[in-house]
Design a protein around this ligand. Structure first.
Ligand SMILES: [Fe+2]
Length: 249
């Protein structure tokens, strides 16, 4: 019998019609039902924010999040929808522009905390990722590196990941990357990263209700027999609470 809990999903593209995630409120509602079935009761909506691109104004995101919150409450009165961004740092050239966007409130931290969900190009060099990460930390933010399994220049080199963690960066991995599926060849290595304590959070990074779906309980149930229980509890429950409460992980 696997443990069950009310999970928070800190990485999702559930706001309708705003990025490459949900395309309509109808799809969003279907995703909310799926999330609810996965025991997810808090979702941080993290639409893409691309430095140097024409991004949707925050007011629009807030309005959409409120509309999604209303739909979520119909499914479960305790369902919470919070807001953030997944910030794409396409180049070290933009590293200070990212900070300006955060400080001016154009780009959002996770649920108003000091935590910032950041992503890079799949082919980004370790040096460029490290430079941007250190810049966030220098300015008082705590970067969470989204889907560590995607960056080909650091993913297979544990010492690189370790270096980022020692600097104060948090590491996020997608749920579907540990359970197999299309990531099945990488899944054993991904679970090893978790057992080595190099992953702070797993999250769904859901984009739709067909392929990139909301998932959490399935990942937890799958990992229970394969990962250290305390670590698993940390990366699925305790650390998400700390983010939302703006406490240090
Ligand atoms: Fe994402």
């Amino acid at each position: 019998m696997s443990w069950q809990y009310n999970y928070a999903d800190i990485h999702s593209h559930i706001l309708p019609g705003i990025d490459d995630g949900s395309r309509s409120m109808e799809q969003t509602v279907r995703m909310l039902h799926m999330a609810s079935a996965e025991n997810i009761t808090t979702i941080i909506a993290t639409p893409h924010y691309i430095i140097g691109a024409d991004n949707p104004p925050v007011e629009k995101l807030v309005k959409l999040a409120e509309q999604v919150q209303q739909e979520a409450a119909k499914i479960n009165k305790d369902f919470k929808i919070l807001l953030g961004n997944e910030i794409y740092c396409r180049d070290t050239f933009f590293k200070d522009a990212v900070i300006d966007a955060l400080k001016s409130g154009k780009a959002l931290t996770l649920a108003g905390s000091r935590y910032v969900l950041v992503e890079f190009a799949y082919s980004a060099s370790f040096k460029s990722i490290r430079l941007c990460i250190s810049n966030f930390i220098y300015h008082g933010y705590i970067p969470i590196l989204a889907h560590i399994e995607r960056y080909r220049n650091i993913y297979r080199n544990m010492s690189n990941i370790e270096e980022l963690v020692k600097m104060g960066c948090c590491i996020q991995m997608n749920c579907r990357s540990v359970t197999g599926g299309y990531m099945r060849l990488k899944a054993p290595y991904n679970r090893k990263l978790i057992n080595y304590g190099l992953v702070h959070l797993i999250a769904s990074d859901c984009h739709d209700d067909v392929k990139r779906i909301p998932i959490m309980q399935k990942a937890v149930s799958y990992l229970e027999s394969k990962c250290d229980k305390e670590l698993l509890q940390e990366i699925t429950i305790e650390n998400t609470i700390k983010i939302i409460e703006n406490k240090y992980i």
